[in-house]
Structures are given as structure tokens and as C-alpha cells.
Design a protein around this ligand. Structure first.
Ligand code: UD1
Ligand code: MG
Length: 461
């Protein structure tokens, strides 16, 4: 880790509510392509920092953040009242000093697309030239909402002015903005940090005011300008979240196309950052694949498919409108159209799951067929078994869930109710329309329905 040897830590500011999102959820938990904003920040930082050197300032609904993201639990620092970004660093200051850090990279938690490779040159320069306060800037066609970078006639940075405090339309036009990423020498910043005041429109202690204080004391400040970059956009509103999500969606799909994944209607294919897709896989949009999913070569996914936390092995066909969550699909399976596979489902190989079939917490062995209109829950289905249309495992008695075990090469006739707990032996045959409440031994025919009577109709002449 490059950061270690220089006694550098990272501090992610994530205590704010995110009022402009107009949502009860803490801002940094809002998701892009299925992952919370803070997950992206953490992932990028981890490319350069040891996890022990990354700290999170938490405040608003901190318990929710700690619950959703285990990495924040170890290294959290509380900011009880959210009095501004400067105050957030004040809250962390003593802890960071006590731990022996000399430098801190402060990162706003609402910059999900940040790219550490582009930030590191700023850090390198600060370390080489011993510059005690550096920050990252970009140029935006529409800088509205961001802190504008103020420079003097010689082009030297003199301060940052927040959007809400701008009173002059010329300043409003400045398109160089602060990204909310700062590299700071902890010892040198102390006097200035605790001098910050809150005499501004928002009544907050702004971290950005450090620049003016440093410059006022003739101390060098370095603004590392990256020009026009989309990666450092901050997310404060739902439309900014949607914009970052769109940028990320395009980036991921483009990477997959370059890798040889055949994607039709790429603008409508949404693939999360943890998903692995082999080259040669074919995907047609609209389709969404999220979480820790992987799709192996030879597999074809038709349009309108939703996948989450699932493994789809080689040579599978996933037909339209299938919904697949927490499922392992082995080689050579055909799923859908309109299939629903719920968490805990394991399809071993060469299985056919047809339309309007729902499966939950079940293992289906090689060659099982459930082609139409079926519910299989809490079950085990042996190799080669055929589940007829309209079969239901009645797994819930109103209080508890029960298991259904079906052996090898069983034929379950259409419209059968299997009242669990139940065991059906190998090669059994269940008559259509049966309600099976007792175990069926191996090789038996079970029929549990009323015998048909044919009675002559009395027809008036
Ligand atoms: C901030 C910068 C602005 C910059 C922009 C870039 C300040 C004063 N302004 O504005 O110059 O252009 O980011 O995106 O810093 N937070 C806390 N505790 C608090 C307040 C905020 O941890 O008391 C966290 C928030 O959760 C958020 C981050 O700090 O992750 C930034 O806060 P936010 O309110 O989004 O600042 P901006 O208005 O975007
Ligand atoms: Mg922000």
C-alpha cells in the first residue's frame, strides 16, 4: 500500500443527511447499479489504502450505514451534529493524530465515481514539495451547486466560495469547481481548522474556508486541476444520482463490449460493478444484472431479465421476463420465459424451468423439468424427475415451513398438491389432480383424487 509508508490515512465524510435528495435514507446509502454510493468510494480508496487506514465520519442515521456496509464498522468516527464539512474534520482530528497519521486525504462521501488513479498525482506532488493543503478541481459546463475556485490575476488559488454564498454573477460563471477531495498535513492544519467560523449562508463550518485561511497566512495551497472530468461529480440530488448512474452504466457496458460480451441495445443493459461476465455471453436489453453475479460463456440472456446475486454457468438460455435472485444455475439450463427463481435455489445442470414457475430454497438435480405453472419451495427434486404443470409444494402450514423430498425419475402428474413434509420415493408416479399428504414409497403409483363417476344425464325431451 502506497499510503502506508507515508503515514497517510483517508477520511470519508459521510455524516450528512443529504437534504436535497428529499429522502429518509442517508445520502451515501443511495444506490448506483445496485451498490450504495459509499461502496464505490471505499472500493476506489482500497486500491491505494490499507482498509485500516480508511475512516468514515458518520452522523445522520449512522446505524443504517453500519448495518448495510460492514467496512464502516471498524473505522467509524461520529459527528453527532452535522455542522459542516470543516466540523466533520474537527471531529476526527484528535483520533487521527493519536493514531500517528501525518497526512489525511479527505474525501466527500458523495463522489461515487471518484478515481484514485487521478487523485494520486496530487498526493505525490504534495509529498514531494511538502505542500500542506491541496485539493482537486474540475471544470464543468454547468458549475451550479458547486464551490467555485477563486484565483488571483496570477492564477494562484485564493479561496473557494460556496454556491449559496455567491452574490456576484461574474463569480457564478466561474467553471472551475471544488471536487470535495483534499490532501492535508494534519499538524500544519490544526491552528486553521479550529479557527473556522460559521459566518455564511448555511451557518456551517466549511472545510473549504481553510484555503482562504492558508492563503491569508502566505502558506502555499495547491489546486490540482483535472480539466473536464465526469468522474468527480458530487451527488446531492436525485437527478445528480441518475446522471452518475448513467455514466457508470455506460462505462461498465462499454468495458464488457470491449471484452467481447455481445450486448444488444447496450443503452438498456444495466450491469453492476461486482458482476462478472465471460466473453461470448449474449445479453439483450432491457436487462439488469446486479450484486455478486457471474455469467459464464455460451450463455444467452434475452430481454427483460432481472438477475441479482446469482451464478449462471455455461451454455444456459435465460428467456425473457425471468426474475432470478440468489440462485445458482448450473450448465445447460433453460429458464423462462416468465420464471421466478428465488434465493436458495440451486439448479444442478440441464434443467428446464418454464413459464410461470416459481422456485424457492430448492435443489433440482440434473435433468429435472418443471415446464409450466408450478411452485417449488423448500424442496429437493432428484435427477430426471418431471414436475407436471400446476404442481404446488404446499410448504407452509400457517406457522412453519416444511420440506418436500422427491426422488429420481419421478413423474408428478399435472395439478398436484404436495402437502409437506413429504417424501416421494424414486420412480414414483403421481396421478394428475392428486393431493398427496402421505409419503409415497419407491416405484409406487399414488392417486389421491375422487374416482370419476359417469352418470347418465336426465335430459328433458
Ligand atoms: C461540498 C463543498 C463544495 C464542493 C462540493 C463537491 C463544502 C463546504 N463544500 O459541497 O465546495 O464543490 O462538496 O461535491 O465542503 N458531511 C459531513 N458532515 C457535515 C456535512 C457534510 O460528513 O456536517 C458530508 C456529507 O455527508 C457529504 C460531504 O460531507 O458526503 C459533502 O457535503 P455536502 O453537503 O454534499 O456538500 P456540498 O454542498 O456538495
Ligand atoms: Mg455534495
Amino acid at each position: 500500500m502506497r499510503a502506508l509508508k507515508n503515514k497517510i490515512c483517508a477520511l470519508v465524510l459521510s455524516a450528512g443527511k443529504g437534504t436535497r435528495m428529499k429522502s429518509e435514507l442517508p445520502k451515501v446509502l443511495h444506490r448506483l447499479l445496485g451498490e450504495p454510493m459509499l461502496w464505490y468510494v471505499d472500493k476506489s480508496l482500497k486500491g491505494y489504502f490499507d482498509p485500516r487506514d480508511i475512516f468514515y465520519v458518520l452522523g445522520y442515521k449512522s446505524h443504517m450505514i453500519e448495518q448495510s456496509l460492514d467496512f464502516v464498522r471498524e473505522n467509524k468516527i461520529y459527528q453527532k451534529e452535522q455542522l459542516g464539512t470543516g466540523h466533520a474534520l474537527q471531529c476526527a482530528y484528535d483520533q487521527l493524530i493519536k493514531k500517528g497519521y501525518e497526512w489525511v486525504l479527505v474525501v466527500n462521501g458523495d463522489v461515487p465515481l471518484l478515481d484514485m488513479d487521478k487523485i494520486w498525482p496530487m498526493i505525490d506532488r504534495a509529498l514531494q514539495q511538502d505542500i500542506h493543503l491541496s485539493f482537486l478541481t474540475i471544470n464543468l459546463d454547468d458549475p451550479t451547486g458547486y464551490g467555485r475556485v477563486l484565483r488571483n490575476e496570477m492564477g494562484q488559488v485564493v479561496g473557494i466560495i460556496e454556491q449559496k454564498d455567491i452574490q456576484n454573477s461574474e463569480i457564478e460563471k466561474i467553471n472551475e469547481v471544488n471536487c470535495g477531495i483534499y490532501f492535508i498535513n494534519l499538524k500544519e492544519v490544526k491552528d486553521y481548522l479550529f479557527k473556522l467560523d460559521c459566518n455564511n449562508k448555511q451557518g456551517e463550518y466549511y472545510l473549504t474556508d481553510l484555503i482562504e485561511l492558508f492563503v491569508g497566512d502566505k502558506k502555499e495551497v495547491y489546486a490540482h486541476n483535472l480539466g473536464k472530468q465526469k468522474e468527480f461529480l458530487g451527488v446531492n440530488s436525485c437527478s445528480e444520482l441518475a446522471l452518475c448512474d448513467e455514466i457508470l452504466q455506460k462505462k461498465i457496458v462499454e468495458e464488457l463490449l470491449n471484452k467481447g460480451v455481445l450486448i444488444y441495445r447496450p443503452e438498456l443493459v444495466r450491469i453492476g460493478p461486482r458482476v462478472e461476465v465471460d466473453s461470448g455471453v449474449q445479453i439483450t436489453g432491457p436487462t439488469e444484472i446486479y450484486g455478486k453475479s457471474s455469467i459464464s460463456k455460451g450463455t444467452k440472456i434475452d430481454s427483460h431479465v432481472w438477475v441479482n446475486d446469482s451464478v449462471i454457468e455455461e451454455d444456459c438460455k435465460i428467456l425473457s421476463f425471468s426474475h432470478i435472485d440468489g440462485t445458482h444455475i448450473g450448465k445447460g439450463c433453460t429458464i423462462g420465459p416468465f420464471a421466478r427463481l428465488r434465493p436458495g435455489t440451486e439448479l444442478v445442470s440441464d434443467i428446464k424451468v418454464g413459464n410461470f414457475v416459481e422456485i424457492k430454497k430448492s435443489i433440482l438435480q440434473k435433468g429435472v423439468k418443471a415446464s409450466h405453472l408450478t411452485y417449488l419451495g423448500d424442496s429437493f427434486i432428484g435427477e430426471g424427475t418431471n414436475i407436471g404443470a400446476g404442481t404446488i409444494t404446499c410448504n407452509y402450514d400457517g406457522k412453519n415451513k416444511h420440506q418436500t423430498y422427491i426422488g429420481k425419475d419421478v413423474f408428478v402428474g399435472s395439478n398436484t398438491s404436495l402437502v409437506a413434509p413429504l417424501k416421494i420415493g424414486d420412480r414414483a408416479l403421481i396421478g394428475a389432480g392428486s393431493t398427496i399428504t402421505k409419503d409415497v414409497p419407491e416405484g409406487c403409483l399414488a392417486v389421491a383424487r375422487q374416482r370419476q363417476k359417469n352418470i347418465t344425464r336426465k335430459i328433458k325431451k
